[in-house]
Design a protein around this ligand. Structure first.
Ligand code: SAH
Ligand code: SF4
Ligand code: F3S
Length: 440
């Protein structure tokens, strides 16, 4: 039997889709297939912005015809959108052909739900308010070799006023350090060359909560695992980023010289309305600290424009912050009101045309900076970890430690290898060149 999973949203969700694939394999769905050939289709949804939801609604709706032709096809919808209050019912009303709705906390039970659906034919709609424990016992079907994602914590306690994540992912729960370390060790032994530690706010990792490891200690322990691999982590929150983490990064060459530190806005008034609990000045002092430890460290970020009441001057403070920090790259978003969050009820929502104007100006600035940074690579040599191969063009695609994409021509299979790339051309975050030699 075949399965097809459609994933929306962040890396956390991408990794959870790997877990979903693991569960489906155990239930006899052995092969990943195109949609038309699938016996089960799972939508792993996201609700961070309205367009993420619209996208999922459109794709689920489009399945109606296939479901009519193929009676045995099982359609399951899970993830953050399904976990949103009232959404499970809405989904079933809008698309009565959905067989299973499950949330973020009970993903591990999907296998059981599939069985239930098959035996008594009735739709299964199950949403639970909190996750039980931190170990789900699932062996994921990893899809991103040579990279492997490892959850270090679930949920979020921060309640940034615009954000729905704390409502759909529940309270923060850290996994035990020994469980994380065992998983990471096994991955290195299996030959994974890059490990990315995942959490909504990795800096508030607190072991098992009873005097367990801090994030800096955990990072140190994972980086101390023997073997050749790179280590990344995301996401860090500026309110909790600290010197200990910078010191551990400096200590280990394995840890990428890259920090994803979402700033959201350059205006202190907006940051306070967003409930981010840091100021522009604190953010800048953290960047300075990081550069003191590692002058070559790059920073990437997330930015939101058009938050309620944001004035032109406040938006310009975001532009000036982008110039001041010189981000290696940035994800830019138009503020999207999310039902149930504080910001959605604030007065002074910004008109769409003003939001559009601001996002265009911000994107132009970010892109210009990214291009400028990439141009500085020309003539230098960077280490690329090969991740993918374009069969037609015999092109290898990899990434450097700073998140830049690297492309080079090669006839042999080099996925999973570290390659030195002599950069001859740059475009956006992409670098092109020739492979020079193998590392080590
Ligand atoms: N936990 C991470 C990010 C989670 S969501 C953190 O705290 O940084 C990823 C990004 O989506 C956020 O950093 C933010 O920039 C953006 N985002 C979240 N909610 C949003 C909303 N309602 N409208 C627009 N962008 C949003
Ligand atoms: Fe959302 Fe803020 Fe939590 Fe990030 S830290 S997930 S932006 S509430
Ligand atoms: Fe991720 Fe979207 Fe959920 S960004 S945590 S999948 S709301």
């Amino acid at each position: 039997m075949n399965y097809h999973i459609v994933t929306y949203g962040c890396q956390m969700n991408v990794h959870e889709s790997e877990k979903i694939a693991g569960i489906l394999r155990e239930k006899g769905y052995e092969k990943q297939s195109p949609l038309e050939e699938a016996d089960i289709v799972v939508f792993n949804t996201c609700c961070i912005r309205e367009n993420a939801e619209n996208h999922a609604f459109g794709n689920i709706g489009a399945l109606k015809k296939l479901k009519k032709q193929k009676k045995h096809l099982i359609v399951a919808v899970g993830g953050c959108m399904a976990q949103e209050e009232g959404k499970a019912q809405l989904l079933r009303e809008k698309f009565p052909f959905i067989d299973i709705v499950f949330g973020t906390h009970n993903l591990a039970k999907l296998g059981e739900y599939v069985e239930r659906k098959k035996t008594n034919k009735k739709a299964v709609v199950e949403i639970v308010p909190e996750r039980e424990g931190t170990e789900d016992g699932i062996s994921p079907v990893r899809t991103s070799y040579p990279n492997a994602w490892v959850n270090i914590m679930y949920g979020c306690n921060n309640f940034c006023s615009y954000c729905i994540v704390p409502y759909v992912r529940g309270r923060e729960r850290s996994r035990r350090a020994e469980d994380i370390l065992a998983e990471a060790r096994a991955l290195v032994q299996e030959g994974y060359k890059e490990i990315t530690l995942l959490g909504q706010n990795v800096n508030s990792y607190n072991g098992d909560g009873r005097g367990g490891m801090s994030f800096a200690q955990l990072l140190d322990a994972v980086a101390s695992i023997e073997g050749e691999f790179r280590l990344r982590f995301m996401t860090s929150h500026p309110k909790d980023f600290n010197e200990d983490v910078a010191a551990v990064m400096q200590k280990h060459a394995k840890i990428c010289r890259l920090l994803h530190l979402p700033v959201q806005s350059g205006s202190n008034r907006i940051l306070s309305l967003m409930n981010r609990r840091y100021t522009r000045e604190k953010y800048l002092s953290e960047i300075a600290l990081l550069k003191r430890y590692m002058p070559d460290c790059e920073v990437t970020t997330d930015l939101i424009v058009g938050f309620p009441t944001e004035t032109e001057e406040e938006f310009e403070e975001t532009l000036s912050l982008v110039k001041e920090v010189g981000f290696a790259s940035a994800f830019t978003f138009v503020y999207s009101p999310r039902t149930g969050t504080k910001a959605a009820q604030m007065e002074g929502q910004i008109p769409e045309e003003v939001q559009k104007d601001r996002i265009m100006r911000l994107v132009a600035l970010v892109n210009a900076q990214t291009r400028e940074k990439s141009a500085q690579y020309i003539g230098t040599t960077v280490e690329i970890l090969c991740e993918d191969y374009d069969e037609k063009k015999h092109f290898y695609i990899g990434r450097d430690c700073y998140g830049r994409m690297g492309y080079f021509q090669s006839e042999t299979n080099r996925v999973g290898e570290f390659v030195m790339l002599r950069v001859t051309k740059a475009n956006g975050i992409s670098l092109y060149g020739n492979a020079e030699e193998k590392r080590g």
